[in-house]
Design a protein around this ligand. Structure first.
Ligand SMILES: [Zn+2]
Length: 220
């Protein structure tokens, strides 16, 4: 990492971003009409995507979405704090998506290997990582459920991730705008899980309470 006294050249991480930007500029020139269109038209995304900050799980990549198609909330462990938790970051984006962008599908997508889900399994120093400690407390209901259900170790982690997604769907319903949308049939909420080992998405089927392949669930 480069420091203030470093005279050996640019920080390689920033250099990488600058080189990527230069490649993007070429792409921008090639697709100028598309990007100009994005700038001049109001955004009209298809989905509100609530996913993890994890750099390996890229929503636009796993849904093959173009710019303008996904309205994203990303945070550690794809959490939706309940509406009375006073976290306006998630609530504001949810309200904006539904009230101003006309979005009628909300996806909460967890993933295998999620560090945010693992975080509660180890001590978090409250003096240095107070925010992190408070945030990952939103994953506690899923961990508690695994304890109560005595889920076997070999499937415990993935089951925790799934349960956590289901709890976030419940939390979404604590937002009045979501609840009204769902009750009136105008808004649908979807619980997904991205399996990083296989590059596959599973979807929660609330009708029979099981997870199945996304294509199987929604057709192709
Ligand atoms: Zn994660």
């Amino acid at each position: 990492m480069a420091t203030d006294n470093d005279t050996s050249g640019p920080d390689p991480d920033i250099k990488d971003a600058v080189e990527g930007y230069q490649r993007f500029r070429l792409q921008y020139e090639r697709d100028r009409a598309f990007f100009k269109g994005l700038a001049t038209r109001q955004q009209k995304p298809r989905l509100l995507w609530i996913g993890c900050s994890d750099s390996r799980v890229v929503p636009a990549q796993i849904t093959n979405a173009d710019p303008g198609e996904l309205f994203e909330i990303r945070n550690i462990a794809n959490c939706v704090p309940p509406s009375d938790a006073n976290d306006d970051s998630v609530g504001a984006a949810v309200e904006y998506a539904l009230a101003h962008l006309g979005i009628d599908d909300i996806v909460v997508c967890g993933h295998t290997g999620c560090g945010g889900i693992k975080a509660l399994l180890e001590p978090i120093p409250p003096d240095r990582e107070a925010h992190l400690g408070r945030w990952v407390d939103y994953t506690r209901p899923a961990h508690r459920l695994m304890d109560a259900a005595r889920v076997p170790d070999d499937i415990r982690f993935v089951e925790t991730v799934k349960a956590h997604v289901q709890f976030q769907l419940d939390n979404l319903m604590t937002y009045e705008i979501v609840r009204q949308g769902v009750v009136s049939g105008k808004v649908n909420v979807h619980g997904w899980l991205y399996d990083m080992e296989h590059g596959e998405i599973l979807a929660y089927d609330p009708v029979d309470g099981v997870w199945r392949g996304l294509v199987e669930m929604h057709g192709s």
